[in-house]
Structure formats: C-alpha cells, structure tokens
Design a protein around this ligand. Structure first.
Ligand code: 3HC
Length: 297
C-alpha cells in the first residue's frame, strides 16, 4: 500500500447509491468494481441500448472471473442485481456519488456536469475520471464546484488498485474525504494529489510511452523488441506498445497533447506515429487494431 494520506480531519459524506456516467471501457470497469463492492450502482449512457451493452460488458467480465474461479456464481448474481442501466442522466437523481467516465473532451464533460448539477440533489459528490483535463474547468460547469473532485481509475479498472483523488482549490475537504473513504471501501489504494495535468501517474507514464513510439520510428526498432526489453529484461507487466493498445491510442494522444501544451516542453510533442495511427482509426484493442491486431474479447 502507498502511505496513507491525511484526510484533514474532515468527515466523509454517506455514500449508499452510486451512479456511473458513460458506456466505454472505464465506465463498465468502474461500475463492476462498485457493484462487486456492494454498492447499488446505476449506469447512465446516452441511449438505453448503450446502457444495456455496458451492463453486458460487466456481465462478461464477471463471468470470466467465475470461470477462473475468482468469484462464486452467487456473488456474480448479487453484483448484477445491484446494477441498473438507463439511457438518461435523470436515472442518477438519487445517487450520493456520481462518477463521470465519458469521452475525454472538455466540452462533453462540462455539459455532463452542468446537467448533473441540476438533476442530482445537493450534497451529491460529483467525480470525474478525467486523465488529463483541468478538474477546475469541469467543476466550474456546475454551480457547486465544492462538490467536484477527480477519481482517476486505471485501466483495467477491475484489476488496478490505484485511484488518484485530485482536488481543486475549490473542492471541499469532506468531498475529498468521501472520495478517499469510498476508494478504500472498494479495496483500492487512494493517492491524493492536486489538479495538475496527468496528476502523478500519467505525468510520468505518458512521456515514457511517447518516447517508445519515437524510438521505434526514428531508430527503426521493432515493437516486439521494445516491448520485450521492458517486460523480459526490465520487469514491467506489459511493454509500452502493449500498454498503448490497452489504454487506447486516441486517449493516449489526448493525454500527450495536454502534457505538451501545459508543460511547455517541446520534447513532449506527440510522436508522429501516435497521431498517424489515430488518424487512420487504429485506436488499439477497442477498435481491433492499434500498434498490433487484436482478437475481439
Ligand atoms: N478485466 C478484469 N480482470 C482482468 C482484466 C480485465 N480487463 N484483464 C486481466 N484481468 C485479471 C485477470 O482475470 C487476472 O486476475 P486473477 O489473477 O485474479 O486471475 C489478472 O487480471 C491478471 O491477468 P492475466 O494473468 O490474464 O494477465 P496479465 O498477466 O497479462 O495481467 C494486467 C493483466 C494486470 C492488466 C497487466 O497486463 C498489467 O498490469 N498491465 C498494465 C496495466 C496498466 O499499467 N494500466 C494503467 C494504464 S494508464 C491508465 O489507465 C491511465 C488512464 O488515464 C489512461
């Protein structure tokens, strides 16, 4: 476990029901984590159909866990019974904590938060899973920026234990305490940090991933060579190209662009191949092809 962070003596708010906004990989993974931990969890997507697909993604992931002997069938049934899905944000009106996991675009996130502000009750904690956008600019889309915090989960959410809890100067202490307490209740390790591009992990990770792409392009080193150096010889669980495909090249490019913009470091310019692959629609595992070709899950 990382060192425990002080909670400033603030009391966490009561969280009984949780809402998750989105229909992508992170939304499904986060909904699974909450439902498995015992929280009634409502997923809100743009349409009923997308909500249903998200619930089936969770179901498939839980079934895999059952097949691997990591989860008993009754616990899977209980987790599924805690989940509900809807095609509109209104379904989250009675949640105590809402976690937004939509596209990594500021305008989209701001419009989701503006809507959540209107339809959730006062005191509901509104969390964003942004990986690189300014939390403050998301928070100020609401009339209650003190209730807004970032809870940055990692991919794959059902496996990764770390959650970065990032607050703005306007986030209230009890909202930070709530995010920390809820994260611990999920059996995850929270790390508290400020509202800075890339927080801790992405600020360190993405310059490395981007350099790997530059290295392969400029030195004509094969992807397999780079990956196997970092796994076999260096001990990383996966190499940089495997990780880029897992995270998604579009998400990776967006993060790298933000780091480049905000750090004013020309060395952080996105690698040409990263932009070219995204332009070609090679987005990684989720689109079936990124730096490598993938079989559907
Ligand atoms: N969903 C649920 N469980 C999964 C999973 C998934 N998508 N993928 C793997 N698992 C589980 C397996 O079931 C297995 O669980 P078990 O040990 O209880 O049986 C465990 O994870 C290990 O899986 P495997 O042995 O099959 O596979 P690997 O050894 O390849 O490990 C991994 C998979 C743990 C995901 C490993 O590849 C890893 O650690 N990768 C690095 C992931 C990482 O760094 N993520 C961070 C990316 S950055 C990010 O998300 C930030 C964002 O802002 C972009």
């Amino acid at each position: 476990d990382p060192p425990r962070e002080p909670d400033d003596g603030a009391t966490a708010r009561q969280v009984t029901k949780v809402g998750v906004v989105g229909a992508g990989t992170m939304a499904a993974g986060i909904a699974e984590v909450f439902a498995r931990a015992g929280y009634p969890t409502a997923v809100a997507a743009r349409t009923d159909e997308r909500a249903t697909t998200t619930l089936s993604t969770v179901e498939k992931s839980l079934s895999r866990a059952v097949h691997r002997g990591k989860l008993v069938g009754e616990d899977m049934d209980r987790a599924m019974a805690r989940l509900s899905g809807a095609g509109e944000l209104g379904a989250l009106h009675d949640c105590d904590l809402v976690i937004e996991a939509v596209t990594e675009e500021l305008t989209v996130k701001r419009s989701v938060f503006a809507e959540l502000d209107k339809l959730t009750r006062s005191g509901t904690v509104l969390a964003t899973t942004t990986s690189s956008l300014p939390v403050l600019q998301i928070a100020t889309a609401t009339a209650r920026p003190e209730d807004v915090v970032a809870m940055h989960f990692f991919n794959p959410a059902p496996v990764m234990k770390l959650v970065e809890v990032a607050h703005t100067p306007l986030t209230s202490d009890d909202v930070v305490a709530t995010a920390l307490a809820v994260t611990r209740s999920l059996g995850r390790c929270p790390v508290r940090c400020g509202d800075r591009t890339g927080f801790i992990v992405n600020a360190l990770l993405f310059p490395y991933l981007n350099r790997a792409v530059n290295l392969a392009q400029r030195l004509h080193v094969g992807l397999d060579v780079v990956d196997s150096v970092m796994t076999g010889a260096y001990g990383h669980p996966v190499g940089p190209f495997q990780l880029l495909d897992m995270v998604g090249l579009d998400v990776s490019l967006a993060i790298q662009e933000r780091l480049h913009e905000t750090c004013h470091d020309p060395g952080l310019a996105p690698a040409e191949y990263l932009s070219d692959f995204v332009a070609a629609g090679y987005l990684g595992r989720k689109s079936g092809r990124g730096f490598r070709v993938h079989q559907p899950a």
